[in-house]
Design a protein around this ligand. Structure first.
Ligand SMILES: NC(=O)c1ccc[n+]([C@@H]2O[C@H](COP(=O)([O-])OP(=O)(O)OC[C@H]3O[C@@H](n4cnc5c(N)ncnc54)[C@H](O)[C@@H]3O)[C@@H](O)[C@H]2O)c1
Length: 307
């Protein structure tokens, strides 16, 4: 633990997807700061198939070997009952739950034309159902034991925030997690819970799966998951309560606060609009606000509103 006391001494954390990548770095960082950690990982391949107790076991053993406290859990977050048992493991093993970090994730990238229902559902099941499943049981515990400084930390992605064209399932799940986080931030504050989302960028097997030509070039060499874990370790602590309902980016030693959605233009009428009049007014009033967005440029020749 070094020369200072850890910032998370006395706290209990559940980290999902903690057998590899960012989740493993988060579990290690929380334990280094003194938290007792439930290391959850089903041990799946990148596409969500298969199970393996090895990754969760290895991370839990590594934490214990370094003098920390950890227990492994191999359930799937996509399974409601597994999620119940996961939260119960924290309570029965370590006497409570202060922090839930929902990291578990898979990828099945396809363009929308080629995306089959199975690949749509599998990705939503792990990311969106998984985040709901664990949070549902954690929130029940927190409501029953209200008054702590509880922390819910969910994982979203720039793929959702900016709309990655080859990841419609993943983008939908990750933006669903943002809405879910906003809802929890408002619903659970009364029980002492803050809820925030992190959009990471780190070198893991997930990033390795993206063809090199599609990866956005990133200045600076260090995209270690440890930097993401440092932000999560702060958010997990008792001093981060001023942050609630926020989305933050983490890429290398650089952190970003994203804006929450807010209206940028309003067009008010006094009576029902005629379709053509409305179109002209919308183009005039909203046009300057959408003009020049490089991400969501309209199809060629459409920017002038049909004039
Ligand atoms: N790596 C990045 O740059 C990046 C970018 C944006 C978002 N993310 C998000 O960060 C999170 C971690 O990603 P990563 O890069 O570390 O991926 P990773 O593949 O290295 O690790 C994900 C872990 O989740 C586990 N997992 C999968 N399905 C599970 C389930 N049903 N139950 C429990 N565990 C399960 C896997 O076994 C794996 O160990 C994911 O939510 C991902 O979407 C990562």
């Amino acid at each position: 633990m070094g020369e200072r006391d850890g910032t998370l001494v006395g706290r209990v954390a559940v980290v999902t997807g903690a057998g590899r990548g960012i989740g493993a770095a988060v579990a290690r960082a929380l334990a280094r700061e003194g938290a007792r950690v439930v290391v959850n990982d089903v041990g799946a391949a990148l596409d969500g198939t298969g199970v393996d107790a090895g990754p969760a076991d290895a991370v839990a053993a590594e934490i214990r070997a370094a003098g920390g406290e950890a227990v492994a859990h191999y359930g799937s977050v996509a399974d409601h009952e597994d999620a119940r048992r996961l939260i119960e493991t924290a309570v029965s093993h370590f006497g409570g739950l202060d922090v839930l970090v929902n990291v578990a994730g898979i990828l099945r990238d396809r363009m929308i034309m080629n995306l089959e229902p199975e690949d749509w559902r599998a990705v939503l099941a792990v990311h969106l159902d998984g985040t709901y499943n664990t949070t549902h049981f954690a929130a029940r515990y927190w409501r029953e034991h209200r008054g702590g400084r509880y922390r819910l930390i969910n994982f979203t992605s720039s793929s959702g925030l900016f709309g990655a064209p080859g990841q419609p399932n993943y983008a939908a799940a990750k933006m669903g997690i943002v809405g879910f986080t906003y809802s929890c931030a408002r619903a659970l504050a009364r029980y002492g819970v803050t809820a925030n989302a992190v959009a990471p960028s780190a070198d893991t097997r997930m990033i390795d799966s993206i063809p090199a030509e599609r990866r956005r070039s990133v200045p600076g060499p260090d995209r270690s998951p440890e930097h993401v874990a440092t932000l999560v370790a702060y958010l997990a602590g008792p001093r981060s309560g001023w942050l609630n309902g926020r989305v933050m980016g983490a890429r290398g030693p650089e952190y970003t606060l994203y804006s929450n959605p807010e209206p940028v233009r309003v067009l008010r009428g006094r009576e029902p609009w005629d379709v053509q009049d409305l179109g002209e007014e919308l183009h005039q009033t909203f046009g300057p606000a959408v003009d020049g967005s490089p991400l969501f440029a309209p199809p060629p020749g459409e920017m002038d509103g049909g004039q």
